[in-house]
Design a protein around this ligand. Structure first.
Ligand SMILES: [Zn+2]
Length: 158
């Protein structure tokens, strides 16, 4: 059996935060605001994996009110999510994701992001696709106020 899932996330960009996307530190004057490390790309992928497995939403598994997730490394949360997917009888086949932000330029980081995400997903790096794109100066992503992300995943029976 195969199943698909869709995920979305958005975090505001603020000063005095490190920018982490897909577990990779991006050199930039601003970072994403959030309870954990605010890794919007990894969060969208977690959301999609939970969706494909019909296991509920990310907030139910890793609640923002729980102090153990303060500044949490989202890659660790992705590892836990993949464990849940495996327990539900599935394995990950591939992931495709969009990062929507006019700034910073993310192209040079894509290869490292795919390699970093492939490990907790337990798939080959060429089964992870990450596509940065701009929002043509429209909306919060176009004005440097936020970064949003979208992910779609395919899982199949183990
Ligand atoms: Zn998030």
């Amino acid at each position: 059996m195969i199943r698909v899932g869709i995920g979305y996330d958005l975090h505001p960009l603020v000063e005095s935060r490190r920018l982490i996307l897909g577990g990779v530190h991006i050199e930039y004057a601003k970072g994403l605001m959030g309870h954990s490390d605010a890794d919007a790309l990894t969060h969208a992928i977690i959301d999609a994996l939970l969706g494909a497995s019909a296991l509920g939403a990310i907030g139910e598994h890793f609640p923002e009110t729980d102090p153990q997730y303060q500044n949490a490394n989202s890659i660790k949360l992705l590892e836990k999510t993949v464990e849940l997917v495996h327990k539900a009888g599935f394995k990950v086949v591939n992931v495709d994701a969009n990062i929507i932000a006019d700034e910073p330029r993310l192209g040079p980081y894509v290869e490292e992001i795919c390699a970093t995400l492939a490990e907790p997903l337990q798939i080959a790096p060429d089964c992870v696709s990450v596509k940065p794109r701009t929002n043509e100066r429209f909306g919060p992503e176009g004005k440097g106020e936020a970064i949003s992300t979208q992910a779609i995943v395919l899982i199949e029976s183990r």
